[in-house]
Design a protein around this ligand. Structure first.
Ligand code: NAD
Length: 290
């Protein structure tokens, strides 16, 4: 495989921008691209990087995508021709939260072009992305992961190999199901507590000192919900997408996932009231009147 020094990165949003920044800091030559031209221009200027084009892609060793969903990943890699512009033996790494079955298929299409594949979605949110401290769950061949491990370690503190192509995306969707269910349970408990006369801050302290403690109670309730900021950087509609991926995965493997179904419906109803900019922590406000 090609020694990794030159890396193309497509998708410079809430997560992609800080992840690409970490890779510049780690010493990689980064070539950047986003559908939002101003975003590409501003980040290139800030990092002293060049914009990615089909011409500059032809000697890239790795192409990373950090895009909203599988439709857009496939559009970018296949229909817009970014994958076929890569040199043979380069690696495509999809770090978006994508659909596992579609990633399996995409891995095969990429292999037919003489390229290697990893799905390497992340967990940890914008703050951990900025610190290069993400959890990264990887699907693909172990030797491709070994080849890319220094690159992934530039963005994450824990890089776990889950299995073959698509396994990283499956693990990510299931993680977000657990996270979404925990958030909804925490928010419902806070609203019941408040109606009973227990302050939400007090109830949060109770959870954090007790067995109901979770990432939501520790890192989201006071930081983004009770203070009305609702700006964690993870869109509610992206969580809704992740829950549908987890639900479809359960159906694919023939598991009912009863709690998953009601959790997905709860978030889907909330997403119907949300805009693209609504943060997922706004579930606190959206579930207030249930
Ligand atoms: P985002 O909406 O902030 O960023 C997506 C970027 O992709 C935008 O800059 C957009 O302009 C760009 N884009 C869209 N279509 C494009 C195209 N055709 N070509 C090039 N660029 C295009 O989203 P995000 O929060 O950065 O999330 C990215 C992915 O990471 C999603 O799959 C999400 O589910 C996942 N994720 C997000 C978080 C988080 O906390 N925000 C955490 C873990 C995983």
């Amino acid at each position: 495989m090609r020694k990794i020094s030159k890396v193309g990165f497509i998708g410079l949003g809430m997560m992609g921008a800080p992840m690409a920044t970490c890779l510049v800091r780690a010493g990689y030559e980064m070539l950047l691209q986003d559908a939002d031209k101003a975003r590409t221009r501003d980040l290139c200027a800030r990092l002293g990087s060049r914009a990615l084009t089909k011409e500059t892609l032809d000697d890239c060793d790795v192409l990373i995508t950090m895009l909203p969903n599988s439709d857009i990943v496939e559009e970018v890699l296949l229909h817009n021709g970014w994958a076929s512009a890569l040199p043979r033996d380069a690696v495509v790494v999809d770090m978006s939260s994508s659909v596992p079955m579609r990633s399996r298929q995409l891995a095969g299409e990429v292999a037919a072009m003489g390229l290697h594949w990893l799905d390497a979605p992340v967990s940890g949110g914008v703050n951990r992305a900025a610190e290069g401290q993400l959890a990264i769950m990887v699907g693909g061949e172990p030797q491709v992961l070994a080849h890319c491990s220094a690159l992934l370690n530039g963005m994450g503190r824990s890089v776990l190999h889950i299995g073959g192509a698509g396994a990283g995306h499956a693990a990510k969707a299931l993680n977000n199901f657990v996270s979404a269910a925990g958030l909804a349970a925490t928010v419902e408990a806070l609203h019941v507590a408040q109606r009973f006369g227990i302050e939400p801050t007090v109830m949060t302290d109770v959870l954090n000192a007790s067995t109901g403690r979770s990432n939501t109670s520790e890192n989201k309730v006071k930081q983004f919900m009770l203070n009305g900021r609702f700006d964690s950087g993870f869109a509610l509609k992206l969580m809704d997408k992740d829950l549908h991926i987890a639900q479809a995965l359960a159906e694919d493997v023939g598991y009912a996932m009863t709690l998953g179904r009601s959790c997905t419906a709860l978030w889907h109803d909330a997403a119907a009231k949300a805009t693209a900019a609504t943060d997922h922590t706004e579930m606190y406000r959206l579930l207030a009147d249930e």
